[in-house]
Structure formats: C-alpha cells, structure tokens
Ligand binder design. Structure first.
Ligand SMILES: O=C(O)CCC(=O)C(=O)O
Ligand SMILES: [Fe+2]
Length: 275
C-alpha cells in the first residue's frame, strides 16, 4: 500500500489536486510535506506556550487554578471554562486571538496556496469551522491534567458536529512527532465505507451512536491493522483528513517527548464528499 503523501512544491501541477482528492476519498487522509515554513510553526508554537502561561496565571489569580478544574467546569462559563480548557491542553482560536491580538492560529494555513487548495477541493463555498483548537499531548502521565492531554482514542470528528457538514481537518504539528513524541494516525478507509460503517443517514443527518462506541473501543475488530497510517511528521508538514476519517493519537511505549499541534477545520455547507 503506497503511503498517501505529497510535497507542497508540486502544488502548481493539476495532479497535486487530483492526488489530494483521491487520497482523501479513498484513504481518508494525506500528508502534505513541507507545507508551512518551519519558522512560522516555531513562532506560533512560542505564542501558544506563552498563551498557556499567561492564562494559567490569570485563572489562578481569579481563584481557578487549571490543575484543580473539574469536568463540569467546562459548562460553567468564564474563568472556570477557561481553566478546564487549559487543564485539557486545548485552546480555542478566539481565546488565542484575545491574548495575541492580530494573530490567528489559522495563519498557519493562511497563505494563498492553501486558499487555492481549498477552493479546488470544495464544491462551492467553504468556511472556517468554529471547532478549531490548539492541542498539547504528553506521553507521560505526570503532565496530564496539568495543561497537557492524554493521547486521544479512536474517533471520527463527525461526532462533534451536528448537523453534519463535510469538513477537512488541517492538522499542523508544531513539534517533530511520530517517533519520540506522539503523532497522529488514521485508519485508511474509503469515505463512503466509513459513512456506511457508522450508519450515516443523510436525510436524518445523523448516524448510529452504537457504531461510534465500536470505533472508540474495538476498532481493530472492524478494521485491519494494515490499514493504519502512522506517519513520522516533521515541523512544516500538514496532515489533512476529513470528518469521517477514523483517527487517534499515534502514541506508543518509549515515546518521551510531549507535542503541540493545531487542528484547523474548514467546512462546506453540504454533508457529501465533494466529488
Ligand atoms: O492531536 C491528536 O492527537 C488528536 C487530534 C484530533 O483528534 C483531531 O485533530 O481531530
Ligand atoms: Fe479528532
């Protein structure tokens, strides 16, 4: 099985866009190598680190230290919600933008070529999704609940969206990952097969929650381990996948370093894969 990946340098050629579309349809993802300047990634990585530090100090000052946040704080608003988000190692874009006025995490994919890539991929209009995030994952338990998160288990991002819009996730690592630090892996599968697997009903715009449970708990009873695609990623690479792609953190014994990343989601109006 050939790994779905392509160099961003090939952008000007039509085949680049065909490979992107075919890989997303047939495998659920593709790595675009050298797509963002490493310097730009380093700049945003520093901003994210600083943003965590600034906000953690503020929450603590307000009486809500993030490491003491509880799950229910998520829904309570204000400092408590923010303390929960910091504890989980995640920042939504609006929080990032309030601390870093004039900057957005979407700047990572904010150049003209990415805009052209999206307009060639989507069938008509597309827009930025409200569900974007910065994320920090640690292989070591000592950092969990201290602004770093545990590895994410198998899921599809469609479970976070209601109603469904077909969407792409531009997953941007801000550290080299997949070897010493947790990366990302997908289960290679055709988009229509995954939609069938979760029992997606386009009229009701819903799918079967029981199937989602199966994805979370027993994915390899349903899929072959050969379908796993767990690339080594370097700063500057972008892993693109969609809302039906089964994916999880690529974390295994022996990994020692934490990793920061951004998941930048772009959605279109309709639910169907844009053929
Ligand atoms: O960063 C990770 O390990 C998980 C990311 C993820 O689930 C996502 O970007 O949707
Ligand atoms: Fe996800």
């Amino acid at each position: 099985m050939i790994d779905p990946e392509i160099k961003f340098d090939e952008f000007e050629n039509d085949y680049f866009h065909t490979v992107i579309k075919d890989s997303l349809r047939d495998y659920g993802g593709i790595v675009i190598r050298n797509a963002v300047a490493p310097q730009r990634c380093a700049f945003y990585r520093d901003l994210i680190t600083r943003t965590h530090d600034v906000l953690e100090a503020k929450c603590t000052e307000e009486g809500h230290p993030p490491h003491e946040a509880r799950d229910e704080d998520h829904k309570l608003g204000g400092w408590r919600t923010l303390a929960y988000e910091l504890r989980e190692g995640q920042l939504p874009p609006n929080v990032f933008e309030q601390v870093n006025v004039g900057f957005s995490i979407f700047d990572l994919i904010g150049n003209l070529q990415f805009a052209q890539l999206m307009s060639r991929f989507f069938d008509g209009a597309y827009r930025v999704s409200p569900s974007a995030h910065t994320r920090r994952i640690s292989p070591g338990r000592d950092l969990h609940s201290k602004s770093w998160q545990k590895p994410a288990l198998c899921h599809i991002d469609a479970q976070y969206h209601d109603p469904q819009h077909f969407s792409l996730n531009f997953w941007v690592p801000l550290d080299d990952c997949g070897v010493d630090a947790p990366g990302l892996q997908i289960v290679r599968d055709n988009v229509h097969d995954t939609q069938n697997f979760v029992g997606y009903d386009p009229i009701a715009n819903s799918f079967d929650p029981e199937r989602l449970k199966v994805i979370n708990e027993r994915v390899f009873e349903q899929f072959d381990e050969q379908q796993l695609f767990a690339p080594e990623l370097r700063v500057g690479d972008v892993f693109v996948f969609h809302n039906w792609t089964i994916h999880q953190t690529n974390c295994h014994e022996g990994m020692t370093k934490p990793r920061q990343s951004c998941e930048l989601r772009v959605i279109q109006e309709g639910w169907a894969f844009p053929e």
